[in-house]
Design a protein around this ligand. Structure first.
Ligand SMILES: [Zn+2]
Length: 286
């Protein structure tokens, strides 16, 4: 049986990676990061999982990666049509290729289930090339999907964007031009698209989560999410209340938080500013 998917939807810079990591502290819940990036990253031999190992040598992804081999890079274009442009897909993606794509995801999720995952967290969010990913998971794989739609105020997002992009902050690349107008438009489109997921999964499968609430009252927020996904999150909430470090698992993609080894939520250091800040231990808080 395939694991249930908790899908974190919405625009970037809304705390999705931190929420993904926090949910992954619960037994049987695997924090997987931006799973939509798995094909792209997995095809690059030097790309690494958040555990620091290459995907091929990672304990979570290594087995399935060695089985899939070179199919990943070939299927990434297919992914962009199936998860990003379903209308064009019918014309441009051969049926056999679409079936292969579905079969590969069945293998990946089946492999995670065999490792003990009853639920996985996929924080691919809502971008151009994966806006229809939750629909793919529900309709083609038949998995139970719970949508957490992370929302952030424009003021908070604007302040975050003004500090530079994740890529820039991790010294990987220069910022793209016009970051603030791009973020304004991107957030509106992503929130509109993510809101429509309620039609896909029904009112019982969709929950809006406020970035500010997650930042200011993370324990209460996690308990509320636990009620929504029907899973007792009290032990994780207790750890968050004690400001314990939360270990980062095996995340794909995501922002620089994933490379910190451990994070903590809602510490006093974080409350001094509207975004991610380092604590005295050099770890990261949201
Ligand atoms: Zn790993």
């Amino acid at each position: 049986m395939l694991p249930r998917v908790v899908y974190i939807a919405g625009y970037g810079r809304s705390g999705s990676t931190a929420l993904d990591i926090a949910l992954g502290q619960a037994p049987g819940i695997f924090s997987c990061g931006e799973l939509a990036q798995l094909f792209l990253e997995g095809a690059i031999p030097s790309a690494s999982c958040s555990c620091g190992r290459t995907y091929l040598s990672c304990q979570q992804w290594g087995g399935i990666m060695s089985r899939l081999g070179g199919r990943l890079a070939r299927l990434d274009t297919t992914r962009r049509f199936i998860e990003g442009r379903p209308r064009a897909r019918k014309v441009l993606v051969a049926r056999a290729r679409a079936r292969e794509y579905t079969a590969v995801w069945r293998m990946i999720l089946g492999d995670l289930a065999s490792q003990g995952a009853h639920t996985i967290v996929d924080s691919s969010k809502t971008a151009r090339h994966n806006a229809f990913r939750p629909a793919f998971l529900v309709r083609e794989l038949g998995v139970d999907v719970k949508v957490l739609h992370l929302v952030r105020t424009w003021a908070g997002l604007k302040a975050s964007v003004s500090r530079g992009s994740n890529r820039h902050l991790s010294s990987q690349a220069d910022d793209p031009p016009f970051p603030v107008p791009r973020a304004w438009l991107g957030q509106r489109l992503a929130d509109w698209q993510a809101s429509r997921l309620r039609n896909l999964v029904g009112a019982d499968g969709y929950m809006r989560v406020s970035h500010d609430e997650l930042q200011n009252s993370p324990a209460a927020c996690l308990l509320e999410i636990g009620r929504f996904i029907n899973f007792d999150m009290s032990s994780v909430a207790d750890r968050v209340r004690r400001a314990e470090l939360l270990g980062v698992g095996h995340l794909v993609g995501g922002n620089r938080l994933r490379n910190e080894g451990a994070i903590r939520l809602g510490t006093p250091a974080a409350k001094t500013g509207p975004d991610i800040r380092p604590t005295v231990e050099g770890k990261i808080s949201i």
